[in-house]
Design a protein around this ligand. Structure first.
Ligand SMILES: Nc1ncnc2c1ncn2[C@@H]1O[C@H](COP(=O)(O)OP(=O)(O)O)[C@@H](O)[C@H]1O
Ligand SMILES: [Mg+2]
Length: 319
């Protein structure tokens, strides 16, 4: 199988851990995997089912499958590439539709709620903010989130109506068009949550994340600790149903402890897995690639008839 891993060019010299691991496991599985940056592709839409695409200025054959690793940073250009690849019969795992939906934190919560899955009570901010309504509907402390974001960067806890009013005034003076959501604070296990990996309709495993600096945010990228977490049927069920509702074949599902139950915090389309592999010893990269193999072999009779690879794929200087 020829697999493209769609990934933004790293800002530093170091390749992301996830890419290195995917390359390692691809070698084990006999998959020809290549990292492709969206900037390398020229998107030309035309009639007819061509089996090639322009990469680094050269016409190249399409891969069998494409694994987008752009997550919440998936921009319009990347989505357009994914849609084009899907249209041309390439297995895109996860799909453009699912990635676009989960990138928007409110939209993904709307889908989860429609599917009757437990989520924190959530409200979309409308400026000027009615603080009394927020107190009544969401309560304090409340979690304030930017609509798009990751690594816990656009997420904060507002403790009382006074500081909340100040924060809203500041946001509205900076950029009134900024979409912000407010969320009920699920505080029964402060600074702790669960990351559950769901791949191909199966739960791979779960990790308990705990913040190390007293923050309510448990993200490993912020220095949180990870420990293996024994799976329980309700965790498995919730993670599987969340991934299915959002149409994600590969998902990092985050669950909050809500007393003796769980609430879905968010679902990621291309979560990092360095902390998870280190904490649990599970092989996320291998499981992802096996799913890609499974998908591409199942769907090998693609809409356009495949043809032999004639030209070598060009190697771009930065990848
Ligand atoms: N409603 C909430 N109640 C309690 N903790 C929360 C809530 N929402 C988020 N958190 C904590 O903040 C972290 C980051 O929030 P999240 O929405 O996942 O943002 P990001 O996409 O940046 O990771 C979560 O992993 C969780 O630990
Ligand atoms: Mg998160």
């Amino acid at each position: 199988m020829d697999l493209w891993i769609l990934q933004k060019r790293p800002s530093g010299l170091l390749e992301p851990f996830e890419l290195t691991r995917l390359r390692e496991e691809a070698r084990e599985l006999g998959i020809r995997a290549e990292a492709v940056a969206p900037e390398e592709i020229d998107l030309i839409v035309s009639r007819g089912g061509r089996r090639s695409i322009r990469r680094c200025g050269i016409e190249v054959d399409l891969p069998d499958a494409l694994l987008p690793r752009t997550g919440s940073a998936t921009d319009y250009f990347s989505l357009a590439i994914l849609r084009q690849m899907e249209h041309l019969g390439v297995q895109v795992i996860n799909s453009s539709q699912a990635i676009e939906a989960v990138k928007d934190k409110l939209y993904s919560l709307q889908i989860l709620a429609q599917n009757n899955l437990p989520i924190p009570r959530t409200m979309l901010v409308r400026f000027p903010v009615d603080v009394d309504l927020v107190a009544q509907q969401i309560g304090f402390p409340c979690v304030v989130k930017l609509l798009v974001g990751s690594y816990g960067e656009g997420v904060l806890l507002s403790r009382d109506p006074g500081s909340f009013r100040d924060l809203m005034e500041m946001i509205s003076s900076l950029d009134r068009s900024q979409a912000v959501i407010l969320q009920q604070y699920i505080g029964s296990h402060p600074g702790q949550d669960l990351r559950v990996w769901v791949i191909g309709g199966r739960v791979l495993g779960a990790m308990l994340r705990s913040s190390a600096d007293g923050s309510f945010k448990a993200n490993i990228s912020r220095g949180g600790n990870g420990q293996p977490y024994r799976l329980r049927p309700e965790v498995e069920r919730l993670a599987l149903n969340s991934a299915a509702a959002l149409n994600l074949d590969i998902a990092g599902v985050d669950l909050l402890f809500d007393h003796d139950q769980y609430s879905v915090c968010e679902v990621n389309s291309a979560a990092g897995f360095a902390g998870f592999e280190a904490a649990t010893g599970l092989n996320v990269a291998g499981a992802i690639l096996e799913r890609c193999l499974e998908r591409s072999s199942k769907e090998s009779i693609s809409p356009a008839v495949g043809q032999c690879r004639a030209d070598p794929i060009p190697v771009c200087p930065t990848h």
